[in-house]
Design a protein around this ligand. Structure first.
Ligand code: MEV
Length: 423
């Protein structure tokens, strides 16, 4: 039987119970479950091999979003984030998407861009022609750098050449197009760019300068779409409110960027859980949002003929499931197992669905009760804990803070004194 990610009351359970459910869903081993239970899953030796000057590790909560159905398949989605409400919001929106079939996603091949900057050429247009004429040899040299990638069906597949005007004069910018398969790709791209640079110099008599991946991954795109019925959303007015909220984001970059931040809440939480490069994703997404010259929302929302709401997103998704930290971080490996060992493309597709889910949840909250009531519940718990409430008193203190609408540490301390002196 197909496993369902719709697990009722998941959020009400204790962390250990949730882990048991996830263990059963994903077939985690006892060692993997134990690694998640304890803190310090990334040990100091592993950390010391990842980056420089290590003195410790920095933990974040790892949660699981429920209810995700993507192209008809159920997923529990691991999300690492410091922000309250993000995982709950994704789960809620994914639940609301299910009656209309969940998320439908598609993606391009995982083709990334490596840039080579060529300077000091007398005739940039002639240089461009020469480089294009030598494309085959350049691609062969590039592919010699990674025979495994070519064996897997990837590798350098094309070239684009542009002449770009700059403050220091015209320069020839070569884009090496590389199918990186299941990697994020930065390493192989940089290696290939460096390897082909001497050919380019010899051909043109110019000097190559920078050789580096571009994080604007316009050829590595994911599209996700979902329909939310007006009944599930709360009626016509809610749909109308969300469409107004979207129109605001589309008309005003000050709002558009926050709209997109809500999308990235989901995308980045999955990226972190799988140890992907979050900065590459952020940079790429925001640049893509500004591709037509003004900053735009990455998603769009409209009413269907039946009065339901349909949302779609198109976003570059440079993520990998092999290499770099994804291969080293023990929790990232478990996160991938929870997702059913997806390919990089499938992972990117899931992430776009999560981004769309978080976007919908944020807009629905903003268009109805506002964002604060959801946020405040966890915030109140944090304030209660900071005021010194023990595990069994946190909920009580938080409930009083919310009821009194005074979510402040001084009030939490007073309530705590009251409760403990009564004992
Ligand atoms: C907060 O992390 C994200 C939101 O600001 C997104 C949005 O405004 O759409 C709530």
């Amino acid at each position: 039987m197909e496993k369902s990610s719709e697990i009722s009351g998941f959020y009400r359970r204790a962390p250990g119970e949730r882990l048991k459910l996830v263990t059963d869903f994903a077939g985690l081993t006892e060692e993997e479950a134990e690694l998640l239970r304890k803190t310090g899953a990334l040990n100091i030796d592993q950390a010391n091999r990842m980056v420089e000057n290590v003195i410790g590790t920095m933990e974040l909560p790892l949660g699981v979003a429920t209810n995700f159905m993507v192209n008809g398949k159920d997923y529990l989605v691991p999300m690492a984030t410091e922000e309250p409400s993000v995982i709950a919001a994704a789960s809620n929106a994914a639940k609301m998407a299910r009656p209309k079939g969940g998320f439908h996603v598609e993606s391009t091949l995982p083709i990334m861009i490596g840039q080579i900057q060529l300077t000091d050429v007398e005739d940039p247009l002639a240089a461009k022609e020469k480089i294009i004429g030598e494309m085959r040899n350049i691609l062969v040299r590039a592919n010699e750098q990674d025979p495994v990638l070519t064996k897997l069906g990837g590798g350098a597949v094309g070239l684009d050449v542009r002449v770009v005007d700059s403050t220091v004069g015209p320069m020839v910018i070569i884009h090496l197009l590389i199918d990186v398969r299941d990697a994020m790709g930065a390493n192989v791209i940089n290696t290939m760019c460096e390897a082909v640079a001497p050919i380019v110099e010899e051909l043109t008599g110019g000097k190559t300068f920078l050789k580096i991946v571009s994080n604007l991954a316009v050829h590595r795109l994911v599209r996700a779409k979902a329909v939310f019925s007006k009944e599930v959303l709360g009626g016509d007015e809610v749909v109308a409110g969300i469409i107004k909220a979207y129109a605001f984001a589309a008309a005003d970059p000050f709002r558009g960027v926050t709209h997109n931040k809500g999308i990235m809440n989901g995308v980045i939480a999955v990226a972190l859980a799988t140890a992907n490069d979050t900065r590459a994703l952020e940079a790429g997404a925001h640049a893509y949002a500004a591709m037509d010259g003004s900053y735009r929302p990455l998603s769009s929302w409209e009413r269907t003929g039946d009065g339901d709401l349909v949302g779609s997103i198109e976003i570059p998704m440079a993520v990998g499931v092999i290499g770099g930290a994804t291969a080293v971080h023990p929790v990232a490996k478990i996160s991938r197992k929870i997702l059913g060992m997806p390919s990089a493309r499938e992972l990117g597709e899931i992430m776009a669905a999560v981004g769309l889910a978080n976007n919908l949840a944020a807009m629905r909250a903003l268009a109805t009760e506002g964002i604060q009531s959801g946020h405040l519940k966890l915030h109140a718990k944090n304030i209660a804990a900071t005021a010194g409430a023990t595990e069994e008193l946190i909920d009580k203190v938080a409930a009083r803070l919310i009821a009194e609408k005074k979510i402040r540490i001084d009030r939490a301390k007073e309530i705590l004194d009251e409760l403990t002196s009564k004992k």
